[in-house]
Design a protein around this ligand. Structure first.
Ligand SMILES: CC(C)(COP(=O)(O)OP(=O)(O)OC[C@H]1O[C@@H](n2cnc3c(N)ncnc32)[C@H](O)[C@@H]1OP(=O)(O)O)[C@@H](O)C(=O)NCCC(=O)NCCS
Length: 159
């Protein structure tokens, strides 16, 4: 299994992966267009020529980036691929010079295992002003905000 930067040719496979979970309301849906527009911030996990996972890193400001659309195909869950994708995305943040990486998630235990801790959403004003205000779930948001400092990630043996 390799983790690599996504390419335009991966978009259909990434769309299908996200769509299968979005139908269960576990992930926000993404259109093909939004995947093309954001292809430069996406990574994929590939095994034997097949895309088995994906995730993206979106910079929201000078010191903050968000992991979005993290997804592993159902038959490949539990093999450490999700964690490897997260670590690659944190390293992308480091290369960009971004100090903090967060995710809005239902997968609290998974992100804990990846070194993230729960934070108050109010600590993420860029997210609230950019996306949350226009979200229909804004007043009833049931996702948990979790954050890791890139410097803390580098200090640990997580990677
Ligand atoms: C969440 C998800 C990305 C995890 O990917 P994965 O490849 O299965 O996870 P990993 O194998 O890398 O797991 C890393 C650790 O987290 C744990 N873990 C993974 N999913 C977990 C869960 N749902 N509940 C509790 N622990 C979990 C694993 O047991 C492992 O622990 P270990 O270090 O003790 O062995 C994957 O299950 C998925 O695609 N879920 C559906 C979409 C989704 O909810 N995405 C998150 C959007 S923010």
């Amino acid at each position: 299994m390799i983790i690599r930067k996504a390419s335009i040719q991966d978009v259909d496979a990434i769309f299908d992966l996200i769509d299968s979970y979005a139908k269960e309301d576990l992930l926000l849906p993404r259109t093909h267009l939004s995947l093309y527009e954001n292809i430069q911030c996406m990574r994929v996990a590939e095994q034997d020529g097949k895309i088995i996972g994906a995730g993206s890193l979106h910079v929201l400001g000078r010191d903050l980036a968000e992991i979005r659309s993290l997804v592993i195909s159902p038959e490949c869950k539990g093999l450490g691929t999700g964690r490897k994708l997260v670590y690659n995305l944190i390293e992308d943040a480091e290369q960009l010079g971004v100090e903090n990486v967060f995710a809005m998630t239902y997968q609290v235990d998974f992100f804990h295992k990846c070194g993230f801790t729960i934070v108050d959403k109010q600590e993420l004003p860029q997210k609230i002003w950019k996306d949350c205000m226009s979200c229909p779930k804004f007043l009833n948001c049931d996702e948990t905000a979790m954050l890791i400092k890139v410097a803390d990630y580098k200090k640990t043996s997580l990677h």
